[in-house]
Design a protein around this ligand. Structure first.
Ligand SMILES: [Zn+2]
Length: 142
């Protein structure tokens, strides 16, 4: 993903992307968000859904300090990438709600061009990608 979009996501959801600046030994997030710009909206909506859920849980929470709550319940992205034409969003501290949201986002990615965000579908070939007709055509003419 373009650096600008990557940065925008990390600034908007600093708690989810808290490992973004981590070292290679500690986290895959040192590579950033490893997929095309076309999925930005999907990932952005997913992060928004996740963070509001975590914030809601925090308000329900009794007895844990903020730090303890974050350690146990703040969802943290450990790797975000493209695989076999679909989005993969791996996290720590997830729950059923978060897993459901991730499943929805991943299924949306199979219908969305990874390059430009238009309606797309999976293309076979050496590297399976989800692309729209236009981006697919542009790719073949390269
Ligand atoms: Zn496209």
């Amino acid at each position: 993903m373009r650096e600008e979009l990557d940065k925008r996501l990390c600034e908007k959801y600093p708690k989810i992307f808290k490992d973004r600046g981590g070292s290679m030994q500690e986290t895959c997030m040192c590579w950033g968000v490893e997929h095309g710009d076309g999925w930005y909206d999907i990932v952005e909506s997913l992060c928004s859904t996740i963070q509001s859920h975590v914030d809601w849980k925090r308000r329900q929470n009794q007895g844990l300090s903020d730090k303890e709550f974050d350690e146990n319940h703040q969802v943290i992205a450990v790797q975000v990438k493209e695989k076999f034409g679909g989005l993969r969003f791996y996290v720590n501290n997830s729950d059923d709600y978060v897993n459901g949201a991730i499943t929805l986002a991943e299924s949306m990615s199979y219908r969305t061009c990874e390059s430009c965000g238009d309606k797309g579908h999976r293309r076979s070939g050496g590297w399976i990608r989800t692309l729209c007709d236009k981006c697919q055509a542009g790719k073949s003419s390269e």
